[in-house]
Design a protein around this ligand. Structure first.
Ligand code: NAD
Length: 258
């Protein structure tokens, strides 16, 4: 047989990565830069953002940072259009930014925690997609990856805003995969398990080891780059018949019974 000439490279593509100043977003931005993509890094933390953009420039990658609070709906469209103008389009959107606010349902702070978590984890994803859509439509093969969590497949005590928002990401992904399917834009979602990032940095190392040994098949936490590689596989031009999937990148956490 003669293989088709479908590209297995994102060289020359333009990618937006939200929450790119730390953890998985940072690793994804680096990996995409290393693969030859132009990367727009979005984050609310200006100091960390500047430092990641600098390290990417030092590595010789094409990258630029945009300071943005993703819970500020009104600011999203302007930034996305600026990115498209700067890089000459948008091919790939990685909705990765996240926060976690553990809170009991009967806590006084519940309303504020709910609003913030849902705004950053769920509303911002659809607002980013809406803003990027004209540009993704103009691209040869638009790709969207939404970062959810294994907390969108199961639940942990005091995580109800987080779990509700992440479960919403799964539904959003499926719905938009159907809506955009005929335009050859794919929409997929990744559910990371326990990953060593800023979000988990406060958990004592010994607790992480015990948890990972008990709960994951691989018996360990992952490094952010391991998720970035899964994300990369979903945005390759050749990855054109996979859409609407929920891909756990969790070391086997969701399949392990004992
Ligand atoms: P991280 O804290 O290292 O990085 C998150 C980034 O998002 C930070 O740079 C932060 O400044 C940015 N951010 C937060 N609020 C923002 C806002 N309002 N506007 C713009 N940027 C904002 O954490 P991470 O673990 O790399 O998180 C990446 C994604 O992975 C998140 O969606 C998180 O929920 C998800 N996740 C993490 C784990 C884990 O174990 N670390 C597991 C499952 C899912």
């Amino acid at each position: 047989m003669t293989l088709s000439r479908l590209s297995r490279s994102i060289d020359g593509k333009v990618a937006i990565v939200t929450g790119a100043a730390s953890g998985m977003g940072r690793a994804t931005a680096h990996l995409f830069g290393d693969e030859g993509a132009s990367v727009a890094l979005l984050d609310i933390d200006s100091e960390k953002l500047d430092s990641v953009v600098s390290e990417m420039h030092e590595a010789g990658y094409n990258a630029r940072g945009w300071l943005l609070d993703l819970s500020d709906r009104g600011a999203i469209q302007g930034v996305v259009d600026e990115i498209a103008e700067h890089f000459g389009g948008i091919d790939i959107l990685i909705n990765n930014a996240g926060i976690s606010i553990p809170v009991a349902v009967d806590s006084e702070d519940y309303g504020a925690a709910w609003d913030k978590v849902v705004a950053v984890l769920l509303t911002a994803q659809i607002m980013m997609i809406r803003a990027a859509l004209p540009h993704l439509r103009a691209a040869e093969c638009g790709r969207i990856v939404n970062i959810a969590s294994t907390e969108g497949l199961g639940a942990t005590r005091y995580g109800s805003p987080y779990t509700a928002a992440k479960t919403g990401v799964l539904g959003l992904t499926r719905s938009l995969a159907v809506e955009f399917g005929r335009e050859a834009i794919t929409v997929n979602c990744i559910c990371p398990g326990p990953i060593n990032t800023g979000m988990t940095a406060g958990i004592p190392e010994e607790n992480k080891v015990v948890f990972a040994k008990r709960r994951t098949a691989l018996g360990r936490y992952a490094e952010p780059e391991e998720v970035a590689h899964a994300t990369l596989s979903l945005v390759l031009p050749a990855m054109q018949y996979v859409t609407g999937v929920t891909l756990p990148v969790d070391g086997g956490l969701t399949i392990k019974n004992a």
